[in-house]
Design a protein around this ligand. Sequence first.
Ligand SMILES: Cc1cc2nc3c(=O)[nH]c(=O)nc-3n(C[C@H](O)[C@H](O)[C@H](O)COP(=O)(O)O)c2cc1C
Length: 188
Amino acid sequence: MTKVVVVYHSGYGHTEKQAKAVLQGVEAVNGVHGTLISVTEIDQHWEKLHQAHAIIMGAPTYMGSVSAEFKKFMEATSKFWVDQKWKDKLAAGFTNSGSQNGDKLNSLVELSIFAAQHAMIWVSLGLLPGNNSSTGSINDMNRMGAFLGAMAQSNVDQPADVTPFQSDLDTAKHLGKRVAELAQQFRK
Ligand SMILES: Cc1cc2nc3c(=O)[nH]c(=O)nc-3n(C[C@H](O)[C@H](O)[C@H](O)COP(=O)(O)O)c2cc1C
């Protein structure tokens, strides 16, 4: 069975909601097993990451970069970076922030460089931008217009049961499905 792990951090639940949508996309693909892991519990789960064919990583954007908790996870992987243990696994990323822009592209850049350091193969979002024409709307998938990964925006005055928008969750689900399908192809 093809194994895909979604590893994430979320301080207040919004990125967790996005991570769960990514997992839904993974689990929509027959023959693929998805696992959701919070970096706060990573020490019990390293082996699952080592066994995975693809690892999808997500963090909220805090102060223009991935959250410190997620960065702690990234640095902890240096233990096996030295042996390039994750070489040729697929990788992809997602992030969520309060502002429409909020400098969250930087978080995806960080995640993609991290994947490259591990000699992983980065999977892009694979969607054209939404909400960029006179007929577009905030309900379009990829309303944030990203290519490198899935972006979400959560209103800062609303809890995670209300925000981010369904369009961002659909975008996250798309990324999970795309990675799962590619992981299956790549294994052949
Ligand atoms: C310490 C901190 C720094 C933040 N920095 C940014 C930022 O640089 N850009 C932005 O748009 N939002 C920023 N935000 C807002 C969060 O990205 C936003 O509230 C997000 O939904 C939080 O996700 P979470 O609930 O998964 O933690 C910041 C929030 C916190 C707590």
